[in-house]
Each structure stands twice: as structure tokens, then as C-alpha cells.
Design a protein around this ligand. Sequence first.
Ligand code: MG
Ligand code: MG
Length: 262
Amino acid sequence: MIQHLSGQGKKTAGIVLRDARELALMREAGRIVAKVHEALRQALRPGISTSALDAIAEDVIRSHDAIPAFLGYHGFPASICTSINDEIVHGIPSPERFLNEGDIISIDVGVTYRGWVGDSAWTYPVGEIGEDARALLEAAEGALWAGIEQARSGNRLGDISAAIQAYAESRGFAIIREYAGHGVGRQMHEPPKILNYGQPGTGMRLRPGMTFALEPMVAVGHWLTRVDADGWTVRTQDGSLSAHFEHTLAVTEGDPMIMTIL
Ligand code: MG
Ligand code: MG
């Protein structure tokens, strides 16, 4: 009997290419991530604590026989990241942190299912939000979709990066430069690093079976960041609002296959 070594298959430019069976498993992991987001979207309201959101997420993940991929990752103490307003990524859920009307909250969810990882972040409005926040969310989500549109066989990595950057900057927002998207599959973070800014026509050629997490982080003000004393929470140095949208996807012969949807 020949053992099938998942994730040890064909490589190009150092990147593992996943076969149809593996992509189907990643799709299942991604579907669980999407279910978590759906549950969180319904729970979001002024007054709820971020640790209550974390508990909801962990419940959904474990009820699908999956594992919260973030919990314990480099010591991260929760199942999701909750980053509010000027916080960009890696905010830690807390029983003492409550959502307020008008906040925006970026929630990042990672799930491991049968050894495969799904990773998706979304920024949600809490109640009614201001005009600048609404424009930021549109620009950041649009930047993600612009990047996904370029995740096609024959394109280059820089085509994704440039499309993300162009979408956000053309709307007057800044791309956070100190954090990036990544390959994903057996591990949450695999090569390549996928910058959210760059030049079209540069970088690695994309091939069917490559699996990426694209995740633009966008700010109203400057892109410089700082990390809080907790060692995790990343926020904008200038205190401006920030948003984060992420999907896990596969490059195919045709349209990108988005894993982290229902
Ligand atoms: Mg993520
Ligand atoms: Mg990610």
C-alpha cells in the first residue's frame, strides 16, 4: 500500500501544488470558517464583549470537529482575533472589552479541519458607523476582491499585490505594509509571502493548485503600525481607523476557488 503524502506533492518555485482531493478538504475547512463568521455577524451588537464572540467562534469550530488554528499559535490565547477601530490585527478577545455603537471590528478566524487550514478575516460595522468608516470598509473589501480577481494561472504574484494596492490607494486609503498575505494549506502560514503592494508583472508565476490567503489591511491615515504592550495587538501609529478583509483561495485553471465561503 502506497501512503498518500498529503501536502508533500508536486512543487513549483518551492510552492506545493494541491490536488483536487486536497482542495476539497480545504474547502471543507473554509466552509467552517465561513460558518463562524456567519454566527459572529449575527451576534455582533453594541454591548457584547469580545470574549463572548470568541466563545461563540470556538463553539462553532468544535461542533464541526475542527480545531481553532489560532489558539496557542505562538502562544495566542484565544480562537479568534478581535481588532477594534484603530487596531489592525491580532487583537486579543477580553471579557472587559465591549463593542460600542459606531465601532468597526475586524475578526480573523482560522480553522484546522482534518489537517487543512482555512483563514478568513472580515471587518464588521457595529450598529451605525460614520461615513469615513463606511468608505474604508468598501475600499478594503474591494481591495480583497481586486486581488482575488488577479489570482489566476499565468498571472504573477505582483499582479495580485498591485491590484490590491491600486484599489485601496485610488480611494485615498493607505495599505498597511508591515503585514502581508501568505500561502496556506497544511500550515496556516506557508510560502509565499503575498505583499499588499507591488508591481504588476513581477514575482512568481501563478499555477493551478497554489493556495493563498489574501488579506489586505487598509488604514484611513498612515500605514505605520505599532504593537501594544500585550505583545499582540497591532494598531495604526496615528490612531486612524483600519480594516482587514481576508479569504483563503486556490488558483485553478479557471476562476479562483474561494474556500472561506458557505
Ligand atoms: Mg487570518
Ligand atoms: Mg492570514
